[in-house]
Design a protein around this ligand. Structure first.
Ligand code: 13P
Length: 339
């Protein structure tokens, strides 16, 4: 393990206010997103969509790296250039989602545990050889007002995240550690904060036990928000304050960066909330983004599978990337939304 190289990669992922574009949806999820936008869910449309994203001109001005899926890392543009080469030429680090999805947890109705550890050591070697320099594993925690998530689900997912992270570092890949407390439900923000606190404590306990080097990882948490069905939604400042209080209490200063997921927030909400966090002083880590839907959604709607819409869709992606990067600098304002 070359810790210096790993730490350099981790720092490059959050350098100068840039963030990550998550475009690593599984085949099933990507098909669903295409279908929701009225686009035929075919392998060629998945490839064409990913080509559109990766070839957006100047993407590297706001984005430091892209997270690909197993299908995507092996694909190429219509002209035959491998996607990995396109990313490199655009100055983007290549990442790879390596979990195999969240599956129902036995004896724990309504909860899931993320799988993918079997054979992971060998798969990581393959991905490194293909050009990946960082990886992602996402755990999902369902939340309600009383019962969920259970301690068993929290600990099982934290254990798997730490085992994945240790294997990544052994293979020369920086692990993105993504324990996502979901936004579904009517719970208040305080409940999300309690649960996020418990989840992150378990994750960092497991990381310590399993020998993961904190300087060579990236944390990808949820923001601390009320459930989508909660009637009392919070302001951007309230989200920023609760999120930072939670992270400051639990995340060691040795972690080189925190990149938030968007989790179902709109691009505008995610940018405003990330921006509000940048006003805080003496934060131990840079705060940036690793958004999927908040970067992709407007572009996908505009593209609609039509070649004639390609340029407009790329402009919509670049607009969201610029707003997100401005938020990571603390220079975002709502005025940026009306170019
Ligand atoms: P969202 O920003 O859409 O939550 O996606 C981020 C991600 O990578 C989920 O694993």
């Amino acid at each position: 393990m070359n810790l210096t190289a790993l730490a350099d990669t981790a720092q490059a992922m959050v350098a100068s206010g840039k963030g990550l574009l998550a475009m690593d949806e599984s085949i099933g999820t990507c098909n669903q997103r295409l279908a929701d936008a009225g686009i035929a869910a075919t392998g060629e449309n998945r490839r064409a969509w990913r080509e559109l994203l990766l070839t957006a001109p100047g993407l590297g001005a706001s984005i430091s790296g892209v997270i690909l899926a197993d299908e995507t890392i092996r694909q190429a543009t219509t002209g035959g250039t491998p996607f990995v080469g396109v990313a490199r030429d655009a100055g983007l680090l290549v990442g790879i989602k390596v979990d195999t999805g969240a599956h129902g947890m036995a004896a724990h109705g309504g909860e899931k545990v993320t799988e993918g550890l079997d054979g992971l050591r060998e798969r990581l070697q393959t991905y490194f050889a293909l050009g990946a320099r960082f990886a992602k594993w996402r755990a999902v925690l369902a939340i309600d007002d009383t019962r969920l998530p259970t301690d068993a689900c929290i600990d099982a997912n934290a254990h798997a995240l730490a085992r994945y992270a240790a294997l990544c570092q052994e293979a020369g890949l920086v692990p993105i550690i993504e324990p996502e407390v979901l936004m579904d439900g009517p719970h208040a923000q305080a409940r999300c904060q309690d649960v996020t606190d418990a989840v992150l404590r378990s994750v960092f306990r497991q990381l310590a036990w399993q020998g993961v080097v904190l300087e060579a990882m990236i944390l990808k948490p949820n923001m601390v928000v009320a459930g989508l069905a909660c009637p009392g939604q919070n302001s951007a400042q309230e989200v920023a304050d609760a999120t930072l209080q939670c992270l400051r209490r639990v995340v060691p200063a040795a972690v080189p960066g925190i990149t938030f997921l968007s989790g179902g927030q709109s691009g505008e909400e995610a940018s405003a909330r990330l921006n509000a966090m940048q006003a805080a002083t003496r934060l131990p880590w840079p705060l940036s983004f690793s958004f999927g839907r908040a970067l992709q959604h407007p572009a996908l709607t505009i593209w609609a599978g039509q070649a004639a819409q390609r340029v407009a869709a790329q402009q919509a992606l670049l607009q969201r990337a610029r707003c997100s990067a401005a938020a990571a600098h603390g220079s975002y304002s709502a005025a940026m939304e009306t170019p």
